[in-house]
Design a protein around this ligand. Structure first.
Ligand SMILES: [Mg+2]
Length: 153
């Protein structure tokens, strides 16, 4: 989807890279609404990708269930390495922790989700937008006026 920032740039997001623990799932659980939003984004033509350190050992199963691409990134460096698969200018990242700096640095747009597991203050200089929940983050890619408004200069 193409976004135009008033008095700013125009960019097109094709890939949305999502962290699992503390981001897509909170305390190991994924809300039904989140699953619906992921489906809706796929129908809009976005490529949805999970890159996870997989601390709970269930990332592959979740990715399969939600029909998402999945890559392991055990630390920030490994996550950065996995990001080389995607064109930075067309890629957005959603995460919550220091391990996600590797994805944030390789995305044109980075979003942190606060939620119950919190965010690490070390990521603040690497994100463009902070939202309360994963659902809010995903909705930014559906209602383009919201995202354009948040990025407006
Ligand atoms: Mg996380």
């Amino acid at each position: 989807m193409k976004f135009t920032i008033p008095k700013g740039d125009q960019f097109e997001i094709e890939n949305i890279i999502i962290d699992l623990n503390g981001t897509l799932s909170v305390k190991g659980k994924i809300e039904t609404k989140t699953k619906r939003l992921i489906q809706e984004l796929k129908e809009l033509g976005y490529r949805l990708v999970l890159i996870s350190g997989d601390i709970r050992g269930n990332a592959k199963r979740i990715a399969d269930e939600m029909d998402m691409e999945f890559y392991i990134g055990k630390d920030s460096k490994e996550k950065a390495q996995q990001m080389k698969r995607f064109e930075k200018e067309k890629t957005a990242a959603i995460g919550n922790a220091r391990i996600d700096i590797g994805t944030f640095e390789n995305a044109i747009l980075s979003i942190a989700t606060l939620q119950a597991e919190g965010i690490h203050t070390g990521i603040l200089n690497h994100v463009d937008i902070i939202v309360p929940s994963i659902n809010n983050a995903l909705e930014l890619f559906i209602d383009k006026k919201s995202l354009e408004g948040s990025l407006r200069k």
